[in-house]
Ligand binder design. Structure first.
Ligand code: GAR
Length: 189
């Protein structure tokens, strides 16, 4: 069975969906580690509550990205992690991790890429007035949300729907499809 590490910076609802999918057998993987740049975020709380090992760091305690990514890499290698799964990790992955995990880092983004990359995908798409929203699951490369696309899922906005309602539907889609897509990637399907 493949080992994964999840990287998260916030609420961790997708991390929770991954935990639940592993528990139910929908996602066959060993969750070796949660990595977070926000030591007191909800995702870390969820990991601790579920007995998952955690590695947290404060970027400002390190001498740049290369330095903290070397610390992360050490933790990943110690646990023989096969694949890195980003779930709301709000940092750009650098060359240290990219070179060691080539085509083995997956990201989830709350828009239909290449439209609306960056940290505010849902708000940006809503403000633009798009009628079809969705999520993208893609490999990570050196750009911002530019790696090759693995899968996308979409829905049509309803008349009068608020941004908060759209956000809820996006998250529901993420929770439904991210774990299943990770399973397909890990199993080479
Ligand atoms: C998710 O909506 C994910 O698509 C987004 O952060 C949220 C994390 O939610 N990621 C990005 O915007 C990456 N550019 P969660 O912490 O509840 O899983």
């Amino acid at each position: 069975m493949k080992s994964i590490a999840v990287f998260a910076s916030g609420t961790g609802s997708n991390f929770q969906a991954i935990l639940d999918a592993i528990a139910s057998g929908q996602l066959q993987a060993h969750l070796a580690l949660l990595v977070s740049d926000k030591p007191s975020c909800k995702a870390v709380e969820r990991a601790v509550a579920n007995g998952i090992e955690v590695f947290t760091f404060n970027a400002k305690d390190y001498d740049g990205k290369e330095s903290y990514e070397n610390a992360i890499l050490h933790e990943l290698q110690k646990r023989q992690v096969d694949c890195v799964v980003l779930a709301g990790y709000m940092r750009i992955v650098g060359s240290v991790l990219l070179s060691h995990f080539h085509q083995r880092i997956i990201n989830l983004h709350p828009s239909l890429l290449p439209s609306f990359p960056g940290a505010h995908g849902i708000e940006d798409a809503y403000k633009y007035g798009v009628k079809v929203f969705g999520i993208t699951i893609h490999y990570v490369d050196e750009g911002v949300d530019t790696g090759s696309i693995i899968d996308q899922f979409a829905f049509h906005i309803e008349e009068g729907e608020t941004v908060e309602e759209v956000e809820c539907r996006i998250h529901a889609l993420e929770h439904q499809y991210y774990p299943a897509t990770i399973h397909r990637v890990l199993n080479g399907e």
